[in-house]
Design a protein around this ligand. Structure first.
Ligand code: ADP
Ligand code: MG
Length: 615
C-alpha cells in the first residue's frame, strides 16, 4: 500500500503517490498500475467496460470535447470534427504526411513552425494538444477508478520515435498535468511485461512483433543484465488492423457487386465496422454472417485467410529487414512476443511463428501488454522493485572541456548503455607536463553552461614538443550507469582515472531544463563556438609563426619580418574584439603573407637535405 509521510517543515500530509504506466496508442490507449496487494501489473478499467480507451477525440460545435468510446461513434456521424490517429502526426511536418492528409476526413494543415496542426472549426490543435486531451481523459478516468489523485506517469512510445517526437510526448503529458517520469520504448515495456530483463545475469534476444490498428512495428532487442538494447527496428506506419478491415470491405463490395456505395460517408463507415466485427469473430471461431442493409454478408475462414495473407506478408518483409539490420541470424532470437490487438488473428500467429521458426509467445494480453510493462517500469522508478536498474540510454551528452572552454562531446545523449567512447588529445605547449581533464554533462556548446561532473590532472607527461604527446581519454559507462573516465598518454604509458555517477543529484526536471536551455540557446551557442574556434586557430597560428621566425630569422628579408610582425600585431589586436569575421580575416591575412616565404624556406631545407642523395 502507499506509504504516508508527514512533511515536518510544512506540516502538510504527503502521500507516496502512485505512478501509472500509460500506453498512448495510435488506435487505443490505456493505463496500468501495479496492484497494491497482488503486486502484479493490472490494466485499469471502469466497471463493465474495456480497459482500452479509443484514441479518438470529438469536438462538439458548442465547444465540448469527448474522448474515447463516446467519441468513436462520431467517426461516422461527424467525421470532420472527429480526430483519430493523432499519434501519427507527432513531431511531423507537412511534407512528411502530405500524401496521407487526404485519407482522413479532418483537416490537417501546415503551420508557421513547420509542424502540422489539425483544424477544427476556427481552432488549431497541435498533435501535442491532441495527445494531451487523450492523456487528460486517461488521468481523469484513472483517478475515478483509483479514487486518488494521479500525477506521475511513465509513457511509452515506439522505439523509432526520434528525440523531438519523444519530447512532444513529454510535453503532451505536461499539458495534461502529468509529471512524465520517463518515456520508454513500447517493445521494452512489452518485454518487461513478459518478465524479460528483470533477472540478473539474464542474456536474451527478443523479437517484438507489434501489429496494432494502424501501425506495424518489429523491434529486435538484446537484454543483458537489465539493460535493454534496441538492435534494430522496422515497420510501416500505415499498416495494421485498419487495413484488414478495408480489405474485408473491398472483398464484400466485389462479391456483392456494390459497384458504388451510396454517397453517404456513414454507409461505408458502417460497412467497415461490420468488417471489424467479422474479423474479431473469425479470430475466435467459426465463420461470420450478418445482415447488412437488407443483404446477408458472410465471410468464412478460408476467405479471411486469403484476404489477410498479403498484409501478413508485408509485415514479414519488415521482419526480414530488421533481422538483416541487426546483423543477427534468426536462430539467435530466443523469444518472439506478440503485441497489439491484430496479433489475435490466428493466421498472423501461425505465419509469424513459421517465419521465425519457433512458436510465438502470446501469453500476455496483446492489447494490454505495453501498458502493463510501463506499470512495471513505474514501480521500478518508485523504488518498489529493488535491485533493478533500468537504464537504457544516457539522458544527456557527456564530454570534455577543450581549448577555449568548448564542450567536446564523447558520448552523445541517448547513447545506449553500457557503452564506451574514446578520443585522442594533445598538448598545446612545448614541454607541457600535465593536462587537465574536465568532464562535463549537458547539451550546450560552452562547458560553463553545462554541469561539471569531475576534474583531474593527468601529470607526469614527459617533456615533448607541443602536439607530440598522445593522450587518449576514454569514457566507459557500465550497466549500473557509472561513468569511468580514463586518461592515458600513449607514448609514455602514464594513466589516471576517475569514477562518476552522471545521474547523481539530477532529476528528470533538471534533464528537461537542460535540454530546453540548449534549444533556446542553440543560435547563440553556435556563434560562440564559431568565435572560440576562430580565436583558438588564430592563437595557434600566432605561436607557430613566432617560432618559425625565431628559427629562420637569417633566411628572411627585413621586409618580410617587418610585414609579418605587423600582421601578427593586427591579429593579436583582433583577438580582443569579439568579432569572428575580423579574427578570421586577420588570420587569413597573416597566412597569405607568410605562406610564400614559409614554402620557400621549406623548399630550401628539402633541397639541402636531398643534396648529394640519389633517388
Ligand atoms: P494501437 O497499438 O495501434 O493503438 P491496438 O494494439 O489497440 O492498437 O490494436 C487495435 C487493432 O486491433 C484494431 O485494428 C482492432 O480491430 C484489432 N483487434 C482487436 N481485437 C481483435 C481481435 N480479436 N481480432 C482481430 N483484430 C483485433
Ligand atoms: Mg500499441
Amino acid at each position: 500500500m502507499a506509504k504516508i509521510a508527514i512533511n515536518i517543515a510544512t506540516g502538510s500530509l504527503q502521500q507516496d503517490e502512485i505512478i501509472v504506466g500509460i500506453d498512448l496508442g495510435t488506435t487505443n490507449s490505456l493505463v496500468a498500475i501495479i496492484h497494491p496487494e497482488t503486486k502484479r501489473p493490472v490494466a485499469l478499467k471502469e466497471h463493465n467496460s474495456s480497459s482500452l480507451v479509443p484514441s479518438v477525440i470529438h469536438f462538439e460545435k458548442g465547444g465540448g470535447i469527448t474522448v474515447g468510446e463516446a467519441a468513436r461513434q462520431y467517426l461516422v456521424s461527424d467525421p470532420a470534427n472527429t480526430i483519430f490517429s493523432a499519434k501519427r502526426l507527432m513531431g511531423k511536418n507537412y511534407q512528411d504526411i502530405k500524401d496521407k492528409a487526404d485519407h482522413v476526413a479532418y483537416k490537417i494543415i501546415d503551420s508557421e513552425d513547420k509542424l502540422v496542426k489539425v483544424q477544427v472549426g476556427n481552432t488549431f490543435y497541435s498533435p501535442v494538444d491532441l495527445s494531451s486531451l487523450i492523456l487528460k481523459e486517461l488521468k481523469k478516468s484513472a483517478e475515478h477508478i483509483l479514487k486518488t489523485p494521479v500525477s506521475k506517469a511513465v509513457i511509452t512510445v515506439p522505439a523509432y520515435f526520434n528525440d523531438s517526437q519523444r519530447q512532444a510526448t513529454r510535453d503532451a503529458g505536461k499539458l495534461a498535468c502529468l509529471d512524465v517520469l520517463r518515456i520508454i520504448n513500447e517493445p521494452t515495456a512489452a518485454s518487461l511485461a513478459y518478465g524479460f530483463g528483470l533477472q540478473k545475469g539474464e542474456n536474451k534476444t527478443i523479437a517484438v512483433y507489434d501489429l496494432g490498428g494502424g501501425t506495424f512495428d518489429i523491434s529486435l532487442l538484446h537484454i543483458a543484465d537489465g539493460v535493454f538494447e534496441v538492435l534494430s527496428t522496422n515497420g510501416d506506419t500505415y499498416l495494421g488492423g485498419d487495413d484488414v478491415d478495408s480489405a474485408i470491405t473491398e472483398h464484400w463490395m466485389k462479391q456483392y457487386g456494390f459497384d458504388a456505395l451510396p454517397d453517404s460517408p456513414g454507409y461505408r463507415q458502417r460497412l467497415r465496422l461490420t468488417a471489424e466485427e467479422a474479423k474479431k469473430q473469425l479470430s475466435l471461431a467459426g465463420d461470420f454472417a450478418a445482415d447488412f442493409e437488407g443483404r446477408s454478408l458472410t465471410l468464412d475462414r478460408d476467405q479471411f485467410n486469403a484476404i489477410i495473407t498479403p498484409i501478413i506478408e508485408r509485415t514479414l518483409n519488415c521482419c526480414s529487414q530488421a533481422i538483416r539490420d541487426a546483423g543477427i541470424g534468426k536462430s539467435s532470437i530466443d523469444e518472439v512476443i506478440m503485441v497489439g490487438g491484430s496479433t489475435r488473428i490466428p493466421q498472423v500467429k501461425k505465419r509469424v511463428g513459421d517465419f521465425f521458426g519457433k512458436a510465438v509467445n502470446d501469453s500476455v494480453n496483446p492489447d494490454e501488454v505495453v501498458a502493463l510493462g510501463a506499470a512495471i517500469q513505474a514501480d521500478i522508478l518508485a523504488g518498489n522493485t529493488k535491485d533493478m536498474l533500468l537504464l537504457d540510454i544516457t539522458p544527456l551528452s557527456l564530454g570534455l572541456e577543450t581549448m577555449g572552454g568548448l564542450m567536446d562531446v564523447l558520448l552523445p545523449r541517448n547513447s545506449k548503455i553500457p557503452t564506451r567512447a574514446s578520443r585522442q588529445y594533445t598538448t598545446y605547449k612545448d614541454g607541457q607536463g600535465g593536462m587537465k581533464i574536465a568532464v562535463y554533462q549537458g547539451e550546450r556548446d560552452m562547458v560553463k553552461d553545462n554541469r561539471r561532473l569531475a576534474e583531474f590532472n593527468l601529470t607526469g607527461i614527459p617533456g615533448m614538443p607541443a602536439g607530440l604527446p598522445k593522450v587518449e581519454v576514454s569514457f566507459l559507462i557500465n550497466a549500473d550507469g557509472i561513468l569511468v573516465v580514463n586518461a592515458k598518454e600513449l607514448r609514455s604509458g602514464i594513466e589516471q582515472s576517475v569514477e562518476v555517477k552522471p545521474q547523481y543529484g539530477l532529476t528528470d526536471e533538471d534533464v528537461e531544463k537542460m535540454l530546453l536551455d540548449s534549444m533556446e540557446h542553440a543560435r547563440e551557442d553556435m556563434d560562440t563556438r564559431a568565435l572560440t574556434e576562430a580565436k583558438t586557430e588564430a592563437e595557434q597560428l600566432l605561436q607557430t609563426t613566432e617560432k618559425f621566425i625565431q628559427k629562420n630569422f637569417s633566411m628572411l628579408t627585413e621586409k618580410e619580418v617587418a610585414e609579418t610582425s605587423l600582421a601578427m600585431q593586427a591579429l593579436q589586436l583582433s583577438l580582443s574584439m569579439d568579432d569572428k569575421n575580423l579574427v578570421q580575416a586577420k588570420t587569413e591575412e597573416l597566412n597569405t603573407l607568410s605562406r610564400p616565404y614559409a614554402e620557400r624556406i621549406m623548399d630550401e631545407a628539402i633541397g639541402k637535405a636531398m643534396a648529394g642523395k640519389k633517388i
